[in-house]
Write a protein that binds this ligand. Structure first.
Ligand code: CA
Ligand code: CA
Length: 101
């Protein structure tokens, strides 16, 4: 039952126009930050559900201008988005932070 529900949700997600748009944005992210391979996944901008995380929300507010939100600290973990992206930690997850010295 649970597996069927999850599978149905997954199929809706991958076949909807919104999913196409999200894949385009992920493609843009890869182009903008080609060295941040660990972040090439939905979780860069979304929570475990399909909702946007803090970084995804800021990205949407900026009209998907990656550069414009680089200096922000979307998840409020004291590390700027660009610093996190370069360190390959998630800019929308406060539990994911660059290694400390
Ligand atoms: Ca941060
Ligand atoms: Ca973070």
């Amino acid at each position: 039952m649970m597996i069927k529900t999850v599978l149905s949700l997954f199929l809706i997600l991958i076949t909807s126009p919104a999913a196409d748009a999200n894949m385009q944005i992920l493609k843009q992210f890869k182009t903008q930050y080609p060295n941040s391979k660990k972040l090439f996944k939905c979780l860069a901008c979304h929570t475990q559900g399909a909702e946007l995380n803090f970084y995804g929300k800021d990205l949407q507010l900026s009209n998907f201008n990656f550069t414009e939100i680089e200096t922000l600290d979307s998840d409020n973990d004291t590390f700027s988005n660009i610093l996190e992206i370069e360190a390959e930690t998630f800019p929308g997850d406060e539990a994911s932070v660059p290694p400390q010295n």
